[in-house]
Design a protein around this ligand. Structure first.
Ligand SMILES: [Zn+2]
Length: 79
């Protein structure tokens, strides 16, 4: 008999991880129910997309990406 138990990693603090929220709406062009992330949608039926500014959160900018090629150490983020 083995007493082996899986070694659980502690879950990360949910507040520390900003995960996009899955949201739903009706396509404004064809009425299909579409799912999106943070209020941003793309309809797979007719190709309608809403404007990125309608999202619930600001989009990350290129400089936020860890692999951004133009990253310069110590440089403040452009506004
Ligand atoms: Zn549509």
């Amino acid at each position: 008999m083995s007493n082996w138990l899986p070694d659980f990693e502690p879950l990360p603090d949910p507040e520390a991880v900003i995960a996009p929220e899955i949201t739903e709406t009706e396509c404004r062009q064809c009425g299909t129910r579409v799912s999106g992330l943070d209020g941003r949608y793309a309809c797979g039926v007719c190709g309608w997309v809403n404007d990125h500014s309608e999202g619930h959160r600001p989009l990350p900018v290129a400089e936020d990406d860890a692999d951004f090629p133009g990253r310069k150490p110590g440089r403040a983020r452009r506004t």
